[in-house]
Design a protein around this ligand. Sequence first.
Ligand SMILES: [Zn+2]
Length: 332
Amino acid sequence: MVGGAGGAWAWTEREDRVAAEQAATQERAADALDAQVRDVDAIQAQAADAAAAHVATVRSDARAVLAAAAEDARATLATTEGKVADDAVRQTLATLVAEADARVAATDPAAATGTTGPHSATALRAGAAALAAADAAATAAHETWLQAEAAAAAAAVRPAAKPTARPATGAAAPSCGTTYTGPPFYTSPATAGGDGSNGKLPPESLSAISWDVDPRGTPYYLTTAAAGALERLNAAFRAQFGHNLDLDLTYRDYDTQVAMRAALGSVAAKPGTSSHGTGLALDVPELPCEYGWDTPQRDWLVANGPAYGWVSPSWAGRNGSNPEYWHFEYRG
Ligand SMILES: [Zn+2]
């Protein structure tokens, strides 16, 4: 029994030792595993900290952008106060500034974390963009207001320009006033079979000027001598002004003068007495005002016409008995 008992004890002792060794091994393994788990946790915690720090940095930058936009807007509000046509644009800007101030100053936990919501970097930058747009609108409204003020101030010190019915060709507006309100009359063709008296000049006593016809296609007739002189005068005129002399009427026949007298009364020459009936007179256009009083063209014609036999009669002058700046006569 003892031997048997001793053998049993020895076995049990060996078994216990093995078991203890196994337990120790398992414990070391468990410790190692715990250590590994702790390392992973630490790494994860570091990553989370880094991510949070990054989010915080981005949000901080965005908050600074919003704060700067609010500061700019505050300056714009100060500059434009009372100086926009409609204050609604400033009120919109002021509302956005107040919202921005509140978000920049927010310290509650919700404002310190998270990548979404009103305190996220995305939302803060969107707020800054909205502020900048409202700021630009207020600035534009202010500039419009300034321009209107400047225009009003200029109008206040400068008398309003009087409307003028006559076109001006130069700095000193010439006068082209005319009292004629009757129907249009045109230059006349030669009078077939005319006896040579006033308004009855036959074709053989007239010549057409070379460079123009009237709106109805009728040549501008003058006596041959007057037409030749006018050709030379026109060449000098063209050299001076770069275009031909404009004509409105030259020869007028008797029948047309009768019609004018009927239409206009004593303003028209009595039939048989008009200088246009002699083929020795021309009219330049009354309008537009190229040939009006004090125009370079009329001054040139008055000064240079006599060298070619063409004059402005004294009665047609500005202080004459019947002022007609458009009328010239050939005196040879
Ligand atoms: Zn005339």
